[in-house]
Design a protein around this ligand. Structure first.
Ligand code: GLN
Length: 297
């Protein structure tokens, strides 16, 4: 912690404030100090990288310096940049966040990619119907609706607050007319049939949560992380529910935690789904998106 942080940026130029902030974040052992400093400063000033460079010698106002110091303290205390700013990009789209939503991860874009791959292999005569179980900020559902013109989607969540956030994101992305949001456990309130069902359910074994990094452990909602004793509670509940609600030929695509893909496939096969391809790996090579189809009877 740096108790001096609140005075540090007064009277500084944009460039020296950026360097000072990066230095503070580096001393706090943050891996992405340079990047975080640029994003936080840019957000306060409403400038992108080019703007930060073009205006490098401009002096910060008192208010800007004070806000920067507040953001610096929060970041140094372990709060992720996305939480401080309340927004995170996913699939190239901006998503507002709340305390009730996970920060969408780049890994989760693998689920979107696999869903699109399965969708594009199928010839459909109707607009696709999509369900996202435990939608959070709406990231997966809204990315799919953005990609698939004419598709209609429903997102469910136990948290009303998350559903509000997702609704706001749908509106901001111009997708409100094709998205609905429902409070329920998994898919309980949905009827289907759906052509695609997607989910990034909670999958961390309860006992592992205290060992997660501070950014996740203290800032992501535990409802969205905690997968019960062995981490599979959500899969055991949602796979049978999703199977019942899939159209023949429709696909279920779920995110897996590291090392979980094989057991999830076993649960899918036990529900009589057809696992017809290996999981799709994320950029780190971890099998991340597990998928299966419901075979026509
Ligand atoms: N991917 C998140 C993490 O690693 C976990 C999200 C989840 O449980 N679905 O922290």
């Amino acid at each position: 912690m740096t108790p001096r942080a609140s005075h540090h940026f007064t009277g500084q130029s944009i460039e020296s404030a950026r360097r000072a902030l990066a230095g503070q974040l580096r001393s706090a052992q943050l891996d992405e100090a340079e990047l975080d400093a640029r994003i936080l400063l840019g957000a306060i000033l409403g400038l992108d990288l080019t703007g930060l460079i073009a205006q490098a010698s401009r002096t910060l106002t008192e208010a800007e310096a004070a806000r920067l110091a507040q953001h610096a303290q929060r970041r140094i205390a372990g709060e992720p940049v996305a939480r401080i700013l309340g927004v995170r990009e996913f699939w190239g789209l901006p998503f507002r966040l709340s305390e009730a939503t996970l920060v969408p991860r780049p890994d989760t874009e693998t689920v979107v990619e696999r869903a699109l791959e399965l969708f594009r292999e199928r010839r459909m005569s109707h607009p696709p119907r999509i369900a996202d179980i435990g939608t959070g900020s709406g990231a997966i559902l809204l990315a799919l609706l953005h990609e698939i013109s004419g598709a209609f989607g429903v997102g469910t969540d136990l948290s009303l607050s998350a559903l509000d956030t997702a609704k706001g994101n749908a509106a901001a992305l111009g997708l409100a007319g094709r998205a609905a949001f429902v409070a329920c456990s998994y898919a309980a309130a949905l009827r289907g049939p759906f052509d695609l069902i997607v989910s990034n359910p909670p999958y961390i074994p309860s006992g592992e949560i205290p060992k997660l990094g501070i950014e996740v452990r203290e800032h992501d909602p535990h409802l969205a992380l905690d997968g019960g004793n062995d981490g599979y509670d959500a899969y055991r509940a949602l796979i049978p529910q999703a199977t019942e609600r899939l159209a023949p030929g429709g696909a279920l695509i779920v995110e897996a935690g590291q090392g979980q893909a094989g057991d999830i496939e076993t649960l899918m096969m036990a529900a009589a789904l057809s696992v017809d391809r290996p999981p799709k790996a994320d950029l780190a090579g971890i099998p991340r998106a597990v998928s299966a189809r419901k075979m026509p009877p």
